[in-house]
Design a protein around this ligand. Structure first.
Ligand SMILES: Nc1ncnc2c1ncn2[C@@H]1O[C@H](COP(=O)(O)OP(=O)(O)O)[C@@H](O)[C@H]1O
Ligand SMILES: Cc1cn([C@H]2C[C@H](O)[C@@H](COP(=O)(O)OP(=O)(O)O)O2)c(=O)[nH]c1=O
Length: 210
């Protein structure tokens, strides 16, 4: 029998720590669900039982840069196999707080991982597969750091990095966006949440619901 279900869509959120992704993800998921869609909200590193264990190591345990990159992709391999692909194949939408663009931004841009090694891992773990839409929250590191500090939560290994690290991460996200302008939309994250939310709604409506 022919499968008449509409295909699932894969949407990812990116940006430096404190850019304001989390609250906007909740709003976008609510918007999609209000349209009757079934949505799976997830995150990286994480998203599976194994991935969450790897997340704990990645966020708190000092390690070699290449170990860090490979563990990010190991968690991602599991996430794709156990959660993302099955959901998309079942017609569900998947919204993830971070995916491979984060490895490009943080490990290649922020820490100086060899770009060819990154590309080899990307091509191994998900050849020919990318999110359909990626929203990069772009914000000056000093504003993002003030937001993170105001939450009062103990900073993890990444959040303790200095401003120049986040400048490099930000620049790498923007460079990645220039390489894939159809997929990656850069969102000015220095605006009030309501304005950002309205822009995301407009982007999604224009793309899928017109
Ligand atoms: N547009 C915004 N303007 C001002 N503060 C914001 C905005 N978006 C989020 N925040 C605040 O900044 C902090 C970090 O936001 P969060 O959504 O957790 O960022 P991220 O998930 O990107 O790390 C939170 O305290 C949140 O309330
Ligand atoms: C997915 C991914 C995340 N990260 C980092 C970015 C974040 O600092 C951290 C965890 O991401 P995130 O869940 O956004 O952190 P928080 O909820 O504390 O804002 O992992 C990488 O360095 N590379 C990656 O590939």
């Amino acid at each position: 029998m022919t499968d008449t279900r509409a295909p699932g869509r894969f949407i990812t959120f990116e940006g430096i720590d404190g850019a304001g992704k989390s609250s906007q993800i909740a709003a976008l998921v609510a918007l999609l669900e209000s349209r009757g869609l079934s949505v799976d909200q997830t995150r990286e590193p994480g998203g599976t039982a194994l991935g969450e264990k790897l997340r704990d190591l990645l966020l708190h345990e000092p390690m070699h840069l290449e170990t860090e990159a490979m563990l990010m992709f190991a968690a991602r391999r599991e996430h794709l196999a156990a959660r993302i692909k099955p959901a998309l194949e079942a017609g569900r939408w998947v919204v993830s707080d971070r995916f491979t663009d984060a490895t490009y931004a943080y490990q290649v841009g922020g820490r100086g991982l060899d770009a060819a090694k990154f590309a080899a891992l990307e091509n191994w773990v998900h050849p020919g597969f990318q999110p359909e839409l990626t929203l990069v929250f772009d914000l000056a590191p000093e504003i993002a750091a003030a937001r993170v500090a105001s939450t009062g939560v103990n900073p993890d290994r990444f959040e303790r990095e200095q401003r120049d690290f986040f400048e490099r991460v930000r620049a790498a996200y923007l460079e990645r966006a220039r390489m894939a302008p159809e997929r990656i939309r850069v969102i000015a994250a220095d605006r009030p949440p309501q304005q950002i939310r309205a822009e995301l709604e407009a982007i999604v409506t224009e793309r899928w619901f017109r």
